[in-house]
Design a protein around this ligand. Structure first.
Ligand code: CA2
Length: 147
């Protein structure tokens, strides 16, 4: 079955438990459950992962490349710092959609730049947990177009 890796970066395991004003009340487990339901509708198996370690995210992008999986990623703070993620995405030649819960452009200046965006197919931000579902739909649609 076709696969989408949904990768989540540091501190996203705290979702729904702290700072609900910025990131909403949904937990990462809630988001996983709604992604799995959307994946089923779209005909994709969802492999949903979170890590606080940059190297895990790099290895998972490499794995997605080997398995020819599509990638939806919320790199969290690594968005703004990680040359390693940009290099991994470019090298793996994977189709990536970048997602953020908050509108990073309406926040502090250091959040306005993303190392991932230049190697992503597209970026969705500011729609909370719904952004993950929009991202899955965008990935499925772009895969259909390429066939
Ligand atoms: O808006 C997003 O999805 C972010 O990727 C979230 C990151 C932030 O560094 C990015 O600039 C934008 C932060 C994720 C941390 O999540 C927390 C959740 C609950 C409590 C504390 C942090």
């Amino acid at each position: 079955m076709k696969q989408i890796f949904v990768l989540n970066g540091p501190n996203l395991n705290l979702l729904g438990k702290r700072e609900p004003g910025i990131y909403g009340v949904a937990t990462l487990d809630d988001i996983r459950i709604s992604c799995e339901a959307a994946g089923k509708e779209l005909g994709y198996n969802i492999d949903f992962r979170q890590s606080n370690y940059e190297g895990d995210l790099v290895s998972w992008i490499q794995e997605a490349g080997e398995k020819e999986a599509l990638v939806l990623i919320n790199p969290a703070a690594y968005t703004h710092t990680s040359v390693a993620l940009q290099d991994a995405i470019r090298a793996a030649r994977v189709t990536v959609v970048e997602v953020h819960l908050s509108n990073i452009h309406a926040r502090e200046a250091f959040r306005h730049h993303s190392y991932v965006s230049p190697v992503a197919q597209g970026v969705i931000c500011g729609f909370g947990a719904e952004g993950y579902i929009l991202g899955l739909r965008a990935l499925a649609a772009s895969a259909t177009k390429q066939q």
